[in-house]
Design a protein around this ligand. Structure first.
Ligand code: FAD
Length: 432
């Protein structure tokens, strides 16, 4: 009997055990998945909670519901992986041996990593929406905000769903307009990136949308600390940005046990081959979803497309065959832009987000990098898809590999030279 242990029963861990249970012979394979609690959170829904569109109950389900027969769900905090003994050690001392290990413990916002963020203003005038508690607290704070300086800020890259802070900003602009307050609210978007996003075409479109909404943008802003007495963000190069209400996306980090086990980089992400997700250091360990260091967005769509490729590869690998599937970094994300509209981006390791339509040419129905109501409804429909199709590992009629069908390729820019390469979403300021 072989034993596969999957660490993390979130988006990627749940999808992978559903798909692998169907493929691996029950007489030969035990499958165990470990998570610290029984609450599966639909994280894309956190964005809508501050604006009253979703309630917390819309985004929480019991994990047990999504774990198939023939897979053991072990609840407990992971303390360490002993790669010498091929054992996972839980905080309560339980030990789980493995033949193969899949790390799927994602990434977590860490406000404790920025001096001053968790000071007196935390959850008084400083909020986040990357945690369920934060999004819920913000749902009470927003209606009480009568005007002043709203600052939306990203501490550093990479973060999961890198478009979510922009979406929050667009939704806040629409929310204050709807409540007749917009002329009393000054909105500033503060980012460590050199523009609204990365890659030229997308940055130009999203930057223009901020401009159109009279939202100021402060770029290349690396926070040193939050001065919670003066209520200001302070950067390493001495800039200060005062706020009345700060909505921050704290530094995102992989799980601490990854670092403690010597399995991670400086942010606790597991270095893997970007096409097969096999650990660079251990031949029986893989990392999927946000937990790995692959150079694409950390997103549920990446977890989905990469798991589709991974499952076939894993089955070949354990039979001693070559992993012939190659994940191309495919990501797609809806971007809410307010007033019942949204955009869609679709890209991979080599192709930046382009304009056009998706998944079909001309008819779409989704527009790439173009605001439309269809994109907004696509985003809202995604929650149903998540619970009923993606998590149970049912087939989705969208290819894992990114397609150029429907995409418009830009001609050479005036003068004939391409723009210089821009920092990637998966790259931290320190690495840059
Ligand atoms: C506000 C917001 C909006 C988003 N919007 C989108 C979107 O529109 N589209 C999109 O594609 N993606 C979106 N995402 C990103 C998406 O939710 C994540 O990329 C996806 O959930 C990653 O899946 P994962 O399995 O890697 O990690 P997770 O789903 O986070 O699962 C990790 C699991 O590991 C467990 N775990 C961690 N540490 C331990 C430990 N020490 N012991 C035991 N268990 C542990 C956790 O409890 C968790 O269940 C959004 C995320 C946020 C926060």
């Amino acid at each position: 009997m072989q034993r596969l242990v999957v660490l993390g029963g979130g988006t990627a861990g749940t999808m992978v055990v559903n798909k692998l249970r169907r493929k691996l012979d029950r007489a030969e394979w035990d499958i165990v998945v470990v998570d610290q609690d029984d609450k599966h959170l639909y994280q894309p829904g956190f964005l809508f909670i501050p604006f009253g569109v979703y309630e917390p109950s819309d985004v929480i389900r019991s994990r047990h519901r999504f774990i198939p027969d023939g897979v053991d769900l072990v609840l407990g905090e992971i303390e360490r992986v002993d790669t010498g003994a091929d054992e996972v050690i839980l905080a309560d001392g339980r030990r789980l041996g493995y033949d193969y290990l899949i790390i799927a413990t994602g990434t977590t916002p860490r406000p404790d990593q920025t001096p001053g963020l968790l000071g007196d203003q935390w959850r008084t005038s400083i909020f986040d929406f990357y945690s369920l508690d934060g999004a819920t607290a913000l749902a009470s704070a927003l209606p009480a905000f009568a005007g002043g300086r709203l600052v939306v800020n990203i501490v550093d890259m990479p973060i999961k769903c890198p478009v979510a802070p922009l979406e929050f900003t667009f939704l806040a602009d629409a929310y204050f307009r709807r409540h007749g307050l917009r002329d009393r609210v000054e909105i500033t978007y503060v980012t460590p990136l050199p523009g609204a996003f990365t890659k030229p075409i997308c940055t130009e479109q999203l930057g223009w949308m901020l401009d159109e909404r009279k939202i100021a943008i402060e770029t290349d802003f690396m926070i040193e600390r939050v001065d919670d007495r003066a209520k200001a963000l302070v950067s390493y190069d001495g800039r200060e940005i005062p706020f009345d209400l700060l909505v921050t996306v704290p530094l995102n980090m992989g799980a601490d046990y990854v670092g403690r086990s010597g399995l991670g980089d400086e942010l606790n992400y597991v270095p893997v081959d970007k096409h097969t997700l096999l650990s660079k250091a251990h031949s029986n360990i893989f990392a999927i979803g946000d937990a790995s260091d692959i150079p694409t967005s950390k997103a549920g769509s990446v977890a989905h497309f990469s798991v589709d490729v991974f499952v076939g590869n894993f089955c070949r690998y354990v039979r001693g065959e070559a992993m012939t599937g190659s994940f191309d970094g495919h990501t797609n994300c809806f971007i809410e832009s307010g007033d019942g509209k949204g955009l869609l981006i679709d890209f991979n390791y080599d192709t930046e987000p382009l304009t056009g339509s998706y998944p079909l040419p001309v008819v779409g129905p989704f527009g790439l990098l173009k605001e439309s109501t269809a994109n907004h409804w696509g985003k809202l429909a995604f929650r149903w898809m998540y619970w009923h199709v993606l998590l149970p590992g049912r087939p989705v009629p969208l290819p894992a590999r990114m397609s150029m069908i429907g995409k418009r390729t830009p001609g050479p820019p005036p003068g004939g030279t391409r723009q210089p390469a821009e920092p990637d979403l998966a790259t931290t300021q320190e690495q840059r």
